[in-house]
Design a protein around this ligand. Structure first.
Ligand SMILES: Cc1ncc(COP(=O)(O)O)c(C=O)c1O
Length: 455
């Protein structure tokens, strides 16, 4: 067990000023570790313990922590006094806009915001303004931020959600208090990979927009079945709703053009964040010009308000430009490199499952991966919640963290490899995984034996 005295002391101290001691409830987890520094593929906590990082702060650090090209771009902004002016356009925002419109096939025009939540909020509002309809569709197991339209139906226990329905929808299960009942009526939750349910909802409600992560990466890595994303595109055209791809997690990590460019599906609107600026706070809403022009429509009745003091702040904007430049280097070599590491991880882990004798699979897209203790990769939340062994996963994750392999200790959160990881890092990780898994299985078996002895 690692020494975590300083982490514990800091948490207790911060509790005096911050409710719970941690900013953002999703960061409060067991074990409570206070991190202090990151470099490349490694992070260090305040007690000096070193970890190989697969959490990547929920995804942004695709190039690794403090990537030199990105850090230098940030330093240059500060050195040259490129401040936030809040009046008129800037060189940096134009440069970033051009890069995104050049490399993202569905992007004809962009807006820059600070967070993924703001961008998904604006995308949905734009869809509503354009169609004059109010209802939206989203996926059970998807995550799009904290606002009223989308703060629901993430990892809903099946005891609360009920059995699979198809075609049909699930009740709105808020993940936040304070969402008005009337608002909840406007949001329709269906299972991923289920086109019949989208059609079912569209036949009953006037749908303005459907928002979906093209791969569900907030419940591990749940991939679209062949034809699913294309089917969503067809339904959008048939029923006249806007197709919004939330590529906050998938965008720039899987390809410069987002996962949509891999799937060859063109959404009406697309949202990016996270890997776009390798750890700096910026998000992008992009899409068809006809739609995006609504943000500057001369008619106040038609114009959609998009404003924000810090939008296109020079520091994250420069970081995003530098990140894209880095991703473009050597003909996108970073994607081939991380794909190879991802494959090495997947094959190694699958071999470990076979050797240790555990039923398990690895779901992966490029550098993003997740293991599931079940016999197939899940196709939606119901599949995952019914078959995945959450208990073994939770213990396995804790044992990895204790060995200096930082995966977020909450199943079934996705793991991220970065361009700063090396083949040697993957080997070390696999070595620890084998021991941690064997030990986790022993611990779970021992616990269930002692429970059955007691009963
Ligand atoms: C797919 C997806 N969309 C939107 C968001 C919200 O982004 P942010 O946390 O920057 O508001 C997240 C955050 O994890 C996300 O994973």
């Amino acid at each position: 067990m690692k020494n975590r005295r300083e982490s514990e002391r800091l948490l207790q101290c911060n509790k005096r000023y911050i409710s719970g001691g941690v900013v953002s409830v999703n960061r409060a987890t067991e074990p409570e570790i206070a991190f202090a520094r990151g470099e490349g593929a490694h992070i260090w906590d305040v007690d000096g313990n070193q970890y190989l990082d697969y959490h990547a702060a929920f995804g942004p650090h695709f190039l690794g922590h403090n990537e030199p090209h990105v850090t230098e771009a940030v330093r240059r902004v500060l050195r040259e006094g490129i401040s936030l002016f809040g009046s008129g356009t800037t060189m940096l925002e134009g440069q970033l806009g051009e890069l995104i419109c050049t490399h993202v096939p569905s992007a004809e025009s962009v807006q820059l915001l600070n967070t993924g939540s703001e961008a998904t909020y604006q995308a949905i509002r734009l869809g509503r303004a354009f169609t004059g309809r109010s209802h939206i569709v989203r996926m059970q197991g998807g995550y799009h931020g904290w606002h009223n339209d989308v703060a629901c139906n993430l990892m809903t226990p099946l005891s609360d959600l009920g059995p699979r329905v198809s075609p049909g929808e699930y009740p709105f299960k808020p993940i936040s208090a304070g969402i008005p009942e009337e608002h909840q009526q406007l949001v329709h939750n269906v299972n991923f990979n289920d086109l019949d349910s989208v059609r079912w909802v569209c036949q009953r409600y006037p749908i303005a927009a459907l928002i979906a992560e093209p791969i569900l990466q907030n419940i591990g890595v749940v991939k679209p079945e062949p034809g699913y994303l294309q089917g969503l595109r067809k339904l959008a055209d048939e029923f006249g709703f806007f197709l919004i791809f939330d590529e906050v997690k998938t965008g720039f990590r899987h390809a410069l053009g987002g996962y949509a460019s891999i799937a060859q599906v063109s959404p009406d609107l697309v949202v990016f964040g996270k890997a776009l600026a390798n750890g700096y706070p910026i998000a992008v809403l992009a899409g068809r010009r006809e739609l995006m022009d609504r943000f500057v429509d001369p008619s106040p009745a038609r114009r959609v308000l998009l404003a924000g003091t810090y939008n296109a702040h020079p520091v994250p904007t420069a970081a995003a430009i530098a990140t894209i430049e880095r991703l473009l280097m050597n003909d996108g070599e970073v994607y081939r490199y991380t794909e190879n590491l991802g494959e090495m991880m997947q094959q190694g882990l699958e071999r470990i499952f076979a050797r240790v004798g555990v039923r398990g699979v690895v779901a992966r897209q490029g550098s993003a991966f997740c293991w599931y203790f079940m016999d197939h990769c899940p196709r939606d939340w119901h599949d995952l919640a019914m078959y995945h062994d959450f208990e073994t996963d939770a213990v396995f994750r804790l044992m990895l963290v204790d060995r200096g392999i930082y995966v977020f200790p909450l199943p079934p959160k996705q793991c991220s490899i970065s361009a700063a990881h090396t083949a040697a890092d993957i080997e070390i990780t696999l070595h620890h995984m084998e021991n941690a898994l064997a030990q986790a299985m022993e611990a779970v078996a021992e616990k269930s034996a002692s429970t059955s002895r007691r009963s």
